[in-house]
Design a protein around this ligand. Structure first.
Ligand SMILES: [Zn+2]
Length: 124
């Protein structure tokens, strides 16, 4: 955790986010940037999805506290993987891939979707 966390403005990555969705055959219309995701704690503070409709909600501004909540939810992952999320786009992409995983592979749980997202992140 860096001492000075610069809040991530997710909107500035929207085009790349749409490209990532397109890579998995998903339209950018699925994605909504919101002030709050309506979840107070855990990784869903930053992003969540509706599995049936396949919609993804992403918080517009990721604060230091949001970042801590997400990284804190990744207990089963090693420090190197978690450290890779200090890059803002890597962080956003890991969360987006996580939600894509929930929608495309509905049987996969939190851990499995995080693992899949890290794998896809490394593939580039
Ligand atoms: Zn999830």
């Amino acid at each position: 955790m860096p001492d000075e966390f610069v809040p991530i403005q997710v909107e500035t990555h929207k085009i790349e986010m749409e490209k990532t969705l397109a890579k998995f055959g998903m339209s950018g219309e699925r994605l909504s940037l919101v002030d709050e995701t309506e979840r107070a704690t855990g990784a869903e503070r930053v992003s969540r999805c509706t599995k049936i409709e396949g919609r993804i909600f992403f918080k517009k501004t990721v604060t230091a506290e949001d970042f801590r909540e997400v990284v804190g939810s990744l207990r089963q992952f090693d420090e190197r993987e978690k450290a890779s999320l200090k890059d803002p786009w890597a962080f956003i992409r890991q969360r987006l891939l996580h939600e894509i995983c929930h929608i495309q592979y509905r049987h996969m749980d939190e851990y499995a979707c995080n693992k899949w997202a890290f794998y896809e992140l490394k593939k580039g």
